[in-house]
Design a protein around this ligand. Structure first.
Ligand code: HEM
Length: 444
């Protein structure tokens, strides 16, 4: 389904395709000597920065590891690039807007507080050995021109959990298709390329010419309290209409209604009563729903899917008439941290840090990530026009108190006050330039 209407040789690969490797390392850095850093970067980029076309080429043509690079606003100005890229969130940085996102900055990692991070290398590969060689090469090449501020290692979960985030749900199913790059699967929204890529059709902001074929990357380190999540869903286990669920099944049912999909990926709008792994695994069916159900009351009640479910809040589909092509972004996050230990499971408390290295690409941070988080997930009366107040999104939504409705299918007016199961440890906003923008402008 790939076509070449976009400059896929010049667009960094993680944006449209995703590295989709077993391991992903984020190397956040600070530039100490701009001139030296630029001269190394200029030589490094053509052979090492991985394009979208490399990611869709046969494995035999691919390097041992994929490398992408992104810069923060302070990073670009340190490299003496002062053009206005047209994104005010990017300019202020994530920390400045943290409380508007609903973050408690007390839980932010010190490195993300402020604007000291100048950029980040993303390294994707299947082997630890290659991670080490590639990181070692960067350290040798960039020498004293930079310092590494923070390294975060993310990785697919082991065995059958591969592709699932730490709460257990299959991730990476629903991303928008991009006109000129891929054809939509059934139910998938198609967006103009300019919603994801700067300077492309559909991007309404004026950018400098060199910023074409870039994207803004939102990075967030989102800690997940998995044993606490499991305990809460057990304590609040719900029942189906037949009344025949065990506590464990009722907990699975509740968690599926919080996400909007079963752990297999099967959408609850299509499979409201029980998981359907064949549906979850089928790309031609697992995204083919829109909450509408013409001729039935299901669109305006919460029988199949709560209005507050993660999926429904961050992509309301028919709740907005299926007309929204603006507030979309491409997600490319990877889990970090180990599996839950027996100790943690038995004590219902997190002892080791784990979560999601959240990555999202869009041409406009206010329309993409920030809109989904602030205007939708954190906003109790969204989607509007329903018979009850949907409440805050129960996974990532912020508000005090965090009250969601609709989780119990037998009593959709019942409300739940939820503790936080996802804690922001901070992050940053970055610009991911095209490969030619790096060699001809940023490192020139
Ligand atoms: C979908 C989990 C954070 C936006 C999903 C899915 C899961 C999931 C399991 C379903 C898989 C799929 O459809 O691809 C999580 C977890 C998070 C998290 C555990 C935090 C630790 C976020 C954040 C945002 C977001 C912060 C944006 C503000 C989306 C979007 C979808 C999605 C847009 C696709 C919805 C659709 O098209 O129907 N997430 N997510 N997620 N998530 Fe998240």
């Amino acid at each position: 389904t790939q076509s070449t209407l976009l400059s896929i040789d010049n667009i960094q690969g993680d944006i449209l395709v995703g590295m989709k490797k077993q391991k992903e390392r984020f190397v956040f850095f600070h530039v100490n000597n701009a001139a030296e850093f630029k001269s190394v970067l200029k030589a490094y980029t053509p052979t090492n920065i991985t394009s979208a076309s490399t990611l869709v080429s046969p494995a035999s043509d691919q390097p041992l590891a994929f490398v992408n690079i992104a810069f923060s606003h302070t990073g670009l100005s340190t490299l003496d690039i002062n053009d206005n890229l047209g994104d005010s969130n990017f300019v202020s940085g994530q920390f400045a807007g943290a409380s508007r996102l609903g973050d408690d900055t007390a839980t932010w990692e010190p490195t993300f507080k402020g604007t000291d991070i100048h950029g980040v290398f993303l390294i994707g590969t299947d082997k630890d050995e290659y991670l080490e060689t590639y990181t070692g090469d960067l350290k040798t090449l960039f020498g004293s021109s930079w310092s590494v501020s923070l390294t975060l290692d993310a990785a697919a979960r082991p065995g059958a959990e591969a592709g699932h985030e730490h709460f257990g749900f299959l991730d990476g199913i629903s991303n928008p298709a991009v006109v000129g790059f891929n054809n939509p699967l059934p139910g998938q929204t198609s967006v103009p390329p300019g919603i994801i890529l700067t300077g492309n059709t559909g991007d309404r902001t004026n950018r400098p010419a060199w910023a074409k074929d870039g994207s803004f990357m939102v990075f967030r380190k989102l800690k997940q309290l998995v044993p606490e999540f499991n305990k809460w869903t057990l304590d609040n286990a719900i029942q189906n209409r037949a009344g025949n669920l065990t506590i464990q099944e009722g907990a699975e049912f509740l968690s599926a209604r919080m996400i909007g999909r079963w752990k297999s990926g099967a959408p609850i709008d299509v499979a409201p009563e029980a998981d359907d792994p064949a549906l979850g695994a089928d790309p031609n069916r697992n995204n083919n729903f829109d909450y509408a159900h013409p001729g039935s009351s299901l669109a305006s009640d919460q029988t199949n899917c709560p209005f507050s479910a993660h999926l429904r809040k961050v992509n309301p589909r028919a709740d907005q008439g299926n007309t929204n092509t603006v507030n979309h972004a491409i997600r490319a996050g990877t889990p970090y941290g180990p599996e839950v230990s027996d100790d943690e499971a038995n004590s219902n408390s997190t002892q080791t840090d784990r979560g999601l290295a959240f990555v999202m690409y869009q041409s406009n941070i206010a329309n993409g990530f920030r809109f989904q988080q602030v205007n939708w997930a954190n906003t109790a009366d969204f989607p509007a026009g329903k018979n009850v107040t949907p409440g805050i999104e129960p996974i990532i939504g912020q508000g005090s108190p965090r009250v969601a409705s609709g989780l119990d299918p037998l009593d959709s007016t019942k409300t739940y006050t939820l503790p936080n199961f996802v804690v922001s440890n901070g992050g940053e906003y970055f610009f991911v330039p095209s490969i030619s923008a790096i060699t001809d402008k940023i490192a020139a």
